[in-house]
Design a binder for this molecule. Structure first.
Ligand SMILES: NC(=O)c1ccc[n+]([C@@H]2O[C@H](COP(=O)([O-])OP(=O)(O)OC[C@H]3O[C@@H](n4cnc5c(N)ncnc54)[C@H](OP(=O)(O)O)[C@@H]3O)[C@@H](O)[C@H]2O)c1
Length: 293
């Protein structure tokens, strides 16, 4: 396996949660020319003090992109949180990378990324993958499965009410921790070659029923699954205060889990990060405080 640790490796969005872990992993794995790109360089003074080159990088600022990508060999493009404008942002980044002579792009995509109207947030990832393919550059598109951390957002409410609402027909989700996914991305930046799309998952699919049982076990409180239809689930989310667009996107993920798209479990984490992915049960134990608060 090749090792590109001595090439100039750029991580975009380096001040985000994923980006910071990826940069730490590059440091830990001995990368010698790490460039951390961010819209606000003041947030990364700690990394600069440790020898990382910190650069201004903003996909929305076209005029600044040539300088941001100058001299870079390989780049990890972290998908932004700018839902609705991500295709423009990320294709601008890909074009700038190509113009600067970058040889390989690693991108953080999503499972079952596709152009279909029912694909929710996956549509933007699909068109970014198309831009990657059309660039002619080598690329690794990492289809990161649902972060295990997403569950911490509402786990307190689920345990408090004793009810976990999910779709009829759920076939499970192979939750991956953000840290495992970020270390995998760093591994791809260090070693991947050619053109590929990889599903990056946890070790096994976890159904809603299994998730409820784990919540009950860790919290010591009963949790039952309430299986509903997509319109019922969306209506419940909106009634709970979620914006309609956001509720629709979350339901789209759950419909994909009914299709089985989120049940895929691969060896990508272990192969690219060198560590076995954390199980969902272990993740919940490690976050016991959030479940029992
Ligand atoms: N698989 C999942 O379950 C899941 C869940 C949530 C999010 N995601 C995706 O994974 C990404 C990373 O997750 P995270 O947890 O690290 O999110 P996060 O902490 O919210 O980070 C958001 C990232 O977007 C970057 N960004 C925003 N606007 C940008 C711009 N104009 N140009 C360049 N970068 C820009 C930020 O970079 P700077 O602030 O450093 O410029 C930051 O790194 C998210 O942005 C999202 O696309 C996946």
């Amino acid at each position: 396996m090749s090792n590109f640790k001595d090439q100039a490796l750029l991580v975009t969005g380096a001040s985000g949660k994923f980006g910071r872990i990826a940069v730490e992993e590059l440091l830990a794995r001995g990368a010698t020319k790490i460039i951390a790109g961010t819209r606000d360089t003041s947030k990364l003074a700690d990394l600069a003090a440790r020898g990382v080159e910190v650069r201004h990088l903003d996909f929305d600022d076209a005029a600044s992109l040539p300088a941001s990508f100058a001299g870079v060999d390989r780049v990890l493009v972290i998908s932004t949180d700018g839902v609705g404008k991500r295709v423009a942002q990320q294709t601008a980044a890909i074009a700038a990378a190509k113009a600067a002579g970058v040889k390989h792009i690693v991108y953080t995509s999503a499972p079952a990324a596709r152009p279909n109207a029912d694909a929710g947030l996956g549509i933007e990832h699909y068109w970014t993958e198309v831009a990657l393919a059309e660039s002619g550059l080598d690329f690794t598109s990492l289809r990161n499965h649902m972060y295990a951390e997403n569950n911490l957002i509402d786990v307190g409410h689920v345990i408090g009410s004793g009810q976990l609402f999910g779709l009829i027909g759920d076939r499970g989700t192979a939750f991956v921790t953000r840290a495992d996914a970020a270390r995998t991305a760093a591994g791809a930046l260090l070693t991947s070659e050619g053109k590929s799309i990889e599903d990056v998952s946890g070790p096994a699919a976890v159904t809603n029923a299994e998730r409820a049982a784990l919540y009950a076990k860790v919290s010591g409180k009963p949790v039952a699954v309430v299986a509903v239809t997509p319109p019922e689930l969306k209506a419940g989310m909106v009634a709970a205060g979620l914006p309609e667009f956001y509720a629709q996107a979350l339901v789209a993920f759950q419909i994909d889990a009914v299709f089985g798209f989120h049940g895929v479990a691969t060896d990508a984490v272990e192969r690219l990060s060198g560590r076995k992915p954390e199980t969902f049960a272990h993740f919940l134990e490690a976050n016991r405080a959030a479940l029992t608060a």
